[in-house]
Design a protein around this ligand. Structure first.
Ligand code: NAP
Length: 267
């Protein structure tokens, strides 16, 4: 029936983002939590997330959980090491992935896109589901047309596994689509301490700061004659990503192949 809620499974349900996803799904009558998967079992995904009990236990076997639950969508916020296997398993089972986990290489996304198309289903991979961050990326891409000398500085907590952040990589890709190609800076510069100029991407640099106490921030800095322009986004809490994840869970049912980046859903 048309009005049936969308059956959602969450992998990484015991993680910081996964718990927010569980709460978001439980709070939306258009969605139904049918499975929760994590590296460790738990009695009830709702209780684990700090919400009311929901009757869905946290299991460790993703394939079994998807098969038994009849999930239509798998939301994955796990680790760069686990995500490829999780998503491949989901697609093979005909379950549409909505992925927030970062750390993908471009060839991973291509492979998942092919797998989805072969199965005739869609998927969404978004390094950042927050609307402010998407606008920051879009504004940065716009500015790079007029001020092509640019560097990205991203700040995250010291336990983050991948660097640069998925958001920084995505920003760099969007900038590269617009920015006139040129290698900026002094061609004769050399580093006296290796890595001090940051990571190199298509002629410009990305710097990753990792410190306890930091959540998620990014600055894109443009330099021109006698001026700089800074475009900055600060995330303060994980709940800020949930409106975007909610939209993605609903949109993914209408897609074929992987859509990479939440900016495709913001006109
Ligand atoms: P986290 O707290 O470490 O949570 C990851 C969870 O996944 C943990 O509970 C972990 O269990 C579990 N896990 C590990 N391997 C698994 C597997 N094979 N199957 C199922 N669950 C597994 O990390 P987080 O802060 O929530 O972040 C998760 C990911 O989301 C990171 O890649 C982060 O960069 C990304 N992120 C994306 C956005 C976005 O908008 N796209 C926003 C914020 C964060 P154990 O701890 O027991 O190993």
């Amino acid at each position: 029936m048309e009005n049936n809620p969308i059956k959602v499974a969450v992998s990484g349900a015991g993680g910081r983002m996964g718990k927010e996803v569980v709460k978001m799904v439980l709070a939306d009558p258009e969605l139904q939590l049918v499975a929760a998967i994590d590296a460790r079992e738990a009695q009830d995904a709702g209780i684990l997330a700090g919400a009311e009990p929901c009757g869905v236990a946290v299991q460790t076997d993703l394939e079994l959980a998807l098969m038994e639950s009849g999930a239509q969508v798998l939301v994955d916020f796990t680790t760069p090491q686990a995500v490829m296997n999780n998503i491949t398993t989901a697609i093979r089972a005909g379950v549409r992935p909505v992925v927030g986990t970062t750390g993908f290489a471009p060839e991973d996304i291509e492979a998942l896109d092919k797998l989805c198309r072969d199965k005739g289903i869609g998927g969404i991979i978004a390094p950042n589901f927050s609307i402010g961050a998407i606008l920051m990326m879009k504004f940065a891409a716009m500015a790079s047309k007029y001020m092509p000398d640019v560097e990205i500085i991203e700040y995250h907590g010291d336990q983050k596994l991948d660097a640069p952040s998925g958001t920084a990589v995505k920003t760099a890709e969007l900038i590269s689509e617009v920015r006139k190609e040129h290698k900026q800076g002094n061609p004769n510069e050399h580093e006296t301490i290796e890595g001090s100029r940051g990571g190199y991407y298509n002629g410009f640099r990305i710097h990753s700061v990792r410190l306890p106490g930091v959540f998620a921030q990014q600055e894109v800095i443009f330099g021109g004659h006698g001026q700089t322009l800074k475009i900055r986004h600060d995330s303060y809490e994980r709940a800020g990503y949930m409106p975007g994840v909610n939209v993605a869970v609903k949109k993914v049912l209408d897609l074929t192949g992987i859509v990479y980046g939440f900016e495709h859903f913001i006109d």
